[in-house]
Design a protein around this ligand. Structure first.
Ligand code: ADP
Ligand code: MG
Ligand code: MG
Length: 250
């Protein structure tokens, strides 16, 4: 589904990613961990196609198509979802109306007409029940005064509605409490299938107690320096990152 070969990328002429290789197949969950500043968020932004990042070498294939020339929007329409892609507060636009528009834009890009209203309602009901999201939340203004947990709930709801093939969740270190972690974890576990894949970027070993990854990768200084199974996450929790830095720098 996703294949990254020797990816190099820079921001403002500063090299950040220095040769990333990664392959993600349908049904897999990959966790990407690593010390602060190692390039994790940059990697997710580059995959999603954010414009401030310049790919200087290497390739990204999604469903066997080289996506280098595609805009972030076009990538989203192809089924790549990045958390925090829509962080804006929009007074007067509800959680529901926002996602309706996003779904219809995706359909339009594929040459399809708007989703019929009854079908849309059914989908909203189905997904909000699955995720245990109440009606009141769905009618709130997008992101306005949302708590950390509510932001997560909104993101997971967007993901559930859009049904991406590849979800990239970048769980930054900005004070996620245990409730927010649980919302993310239970959402991901409910939405996971053999046809979709998740790349989970996290500082929190704890999150990986709830979402069990098939693969764990350590990103350090713009490279994946170690890959393993879920036990690698436990090892990192126990020993930190210093031993990895020493291995790399030896
Ligand atoms: P991580 O998510 O692993 O903490 P980041 O990808 O956020 O790491 O950052 C990697 C490096 O790239 C850092 O040195 C950071 O300062 C730099 N960087 C990331 N985004 C930008 C940007 N938009 N402008 C300038 N520097 C950036
Ligand atoms: Mg960071
Ligand atoms: Mg980050």
């Amino acid at each position: 589904m996703l294949k990254i070969n020797n990816l190099h990328a820079s921001v403002e002429d500063k090299a950040i990613l220095k040769g990333i290789n990664l392959e993600v197949k349908p049904g897999e969950v990959h966790a990407i961990m690593g010390p602060n500043g190692s390039g994790k968020s940059t990697l997710s932004s580059v995959i999603a196609g954010k414009e401030e990042y310049e790919v200087t070498d290497g390739e990204i294939f999604f469903d066997e198509e080289n996506i280098e020339e595609l805009s972030a929007e076009e990538r989203a329409h192809k089924g790549i979802f990045l958390s925090f892609q829509y962080p804006v507060e929009i007074p007067g636009v509800s959680v529901t109306n926002f996602i309706k528009t996003a779904i219809n834009e995706t359909r339009k890009a594929k040459g399809l007409p708007d989703m019929p209203a009854n079908e849309m309602l059914k989908l909203i009901r189905e997904k909000s029940e699955l995720l245990e999201i109440d009606r009141k939340f769905l009618s709130r203004s997008l992101n306005q005064g949302f708590s950390g947990g509510e932001k997560k709930r909104n993101e997971i709801f967007q993901m559930a509605m859009l049904e991406p093939k590849l979800a990239i969740l970048d769980e930054t270190d900005s004070g996620l409490d245990i409730d927010a972690l649980r919302i993310v974890a239970s959402g991901v576990n409910k939405l996971k299938s053999k046809d979709n894949a998740v790349v989970l970027i996290t500082h929190y070993q704890r999150l990986l107690d709830y979402i069990v990854p098939d693969f764990v990768h350590v990103l350090y200084n713009g490279r994946i320096v170690k890959s393993g199974g879920k036990e690698l996450a436990h090892e990192l929790e126990e020993k930190g990152y210093d031993w990895i830095k020493e291995e790399v720098n030896a």
